[in-house]
Design a protein around this ligand. Structure first.
Ligand SMILES: Cc1cc2nc3c(=O)[nH]c(=O)nc-3n(C[C@H](O)[C@H](O)[C@H](O)COP(=O)(O)OP(=O)(O)OC[C@H]3O[C@@H](n4cnc5c(N)ncnc54)[C@H](O)[C@@H]3O)c2cc1C
Length: 422
């Protein structure tokens, strides 16, 4: 009889596990995701910053898996896992499994202040990217029409909390947009009035990169008008800006790029160990201790690299772990021994505006325009489909030379002509 494999999450880990098991004779697969599409998160900031549209970085899971006859896709939310009875409880049904693959990723963490989310959206989903885009574009539009200098200054102040790669990419893009785009399209805004802050609690930004690359990135950001505040802990966020100890920054737009926590699902499994941020601690073969039938991969997994450290939340880690999980299930079915997961390090990179990036690959470190081209090529290569690669390449080419971005549309959330039901 065929084994039933349930995969929760169609991100890099879940999708690659599904592909590894796709069209294999001994398994039937159900993949469940709360969204009906796979999202290429590394380019999410480009949607937020108007460089790309939503469909450039997302593709329907159903289409991506159409050629695998043994995979069924359900759109739904998995609420809980009953490890005793080997079932998952979703918002539409209860589903049993022989093998379970959890690949549900992580979400933002507001350090006990979830009320800040309203004033400082994070960047993890397409909906959040669109909301950030709306806020940034709305701030420019309101700055264009106001005659009040203080109000304009506030509207042209952007604070990004968190100096990791996402914070740096957001700040660099806003810096570039303000420098080169505002002057071209807005008549009343003096680009010099724009202020962009990265507020980082640690002693330096880009903590996962080497200090020399991080300081090069800091200098590039400063050239784009970004002020980098390190050793600065945000103590409050409200609709008018942020508080950092005794300092106050009045800002119409605050964006959150600090702190992550695992999605809740891992902690619904009785007796399963999770780490400080809720990731599920896994064995070398990516299964959960005492539960060889449950695997966890990607951002949700705590895969130890020794002495309290774990593999970072990166796309190549998730992708490789997804494949490895699928492969281990196939080994089980052939009654062969499972393989321990070994991560093939693909390095890390981050962009600062349109011409600069930093790349770190083992002892190889470089920055500048060559790094930016490396970054661009790698991201094009890993995009989901040929169509996505062509479209993104064309749009980048166009905006590279024209400084004109196509997705600079503000679409209001209200869609009805008759909202008051009269
Ligand atoms: C803005 C941003 C920029 C990034 N840039 C880079 C980069 O440049 N390079 C890099 O290597 N990595 C980058 N990353 C990290 C990388 O995207 C992640 O490491 C990777 O996406 C993790 O893959 P995953 O499959 O574990 O989780 P995800 O890709 O997050 O997928 C999880 C899936 O699970 C689904 N899900 C969650 N909970 C449930 C539930 N209860 N029920 C049903 N479905 C559920 C979600 O809808 C989602 O589709 C970036 C991440 C972000 C947010």
């Amino acid at each position: 009889m065929k084994k039933k494999v349930v995969i929760v999450g169609g991100g890099f880990a879940g999708l690659n596990a599904a592909k590894e098991l796709g069209n294999k004779p001994d398994v039937e697969i159900i993949l469940i995701d709360r969204k009906n599409y796979h999202l290429f998160q590394p380019l999410l900031y480009q949607v937020a910053m108007t460089a790309l549209g939503e469909s450039d970085i997302a593709a329907p899971l159903r289409n991506m898996l159409a050629n695998y006859n043994n995979i069924t896709v359900f759109k739904g939310i998995v609420e809980r896992i009953d490890v005793e009875n080997k079932t998952i409880i979703t918002d539409f049904n209860t589903i049993s499994y022989d093998y379970l693959i959890l690949a549900c990723g992580v979400q933002h963490h507001y350090f006990g202040h979830n009320e800040w989310e309203e004033f400082a959206p994070g960047l993890k989903t397409l909906a959040q990217a669109k909301e950030i885009r709306r806020r940034v574009m709305e701030a420019y539009e309101r700055a264009e029409r106001t005659t009040d200098f203080v109000e304009r200054k506030k509207l042209l102040t952007f604070v990004i909390v968190g100096g990791g790669p996402t914070g740096v990419e957001l700040a660099g893009s806003i810096g570039e947009m303000s420098r080169y785009t505002l002057s071209k399209f807005y008549r009343n805004i003096d680009p010099k009035l724009t202020r962009i802050f990265i507020v980082e609690a640690a002693p330096r930004i880009l903590g996962s990169f080497s200090p020399e690359l991080a300081s090069k990135a800091t200098r590039s950001l400063e050239k784009l008008g970004v002020q980098v505040w390190t050793n600065s802990m945000v103590s409050n966020v409200d609709e008018n800006g942020v508080q950092i100890g005794n300092e106050r920054i009045e800002a119409a737009t605050v964006l959150w790029a600090a702190g992550i926590t695992a999605v809740k699902i891992g902690s619904t499994m009785d007796g399963v160990e999770t780490d400080r941020i809720g990731r599920v601690v896994v064995n070398e073969d990516l299964s959960v201790p005492e539960h060889p039938e449950i695997f966890v991969g990607g951002d949700l997994a705590h895969f130890s690299t020794g002495e309290g450290t774990a593999l970072p939340g990166l796309a190549p880690v998730a992708l490789q772990q997804g494949r490895a999980i699928g492969h281990n299930i196939l080994l089980d079915l052939k009654s062969k021994a499972r393989k321990a997961f070994r991560y093939l390090d693909k390095g890390q990179m981050a962009t600062i505006g349109k011409n600069k990036a930093i790349v770190e690959f083992g002892s190889l470190k470089f920055d500048g325009i060559f790094a930016w081209f490396t970054w661009a090529l790698v991201h094009i290569y890993f995009l989901t489909s040929f169509r996505h690669r062509v479209f993104v390449l064309l749009q980048w080419g166009w905006s590279y030379f024209t400084f004109s971005y196509g997705a600079r549309l503000i679409v209001n959330r209200e869609w009805r002509f008759y909202p008051d039901k009269k």
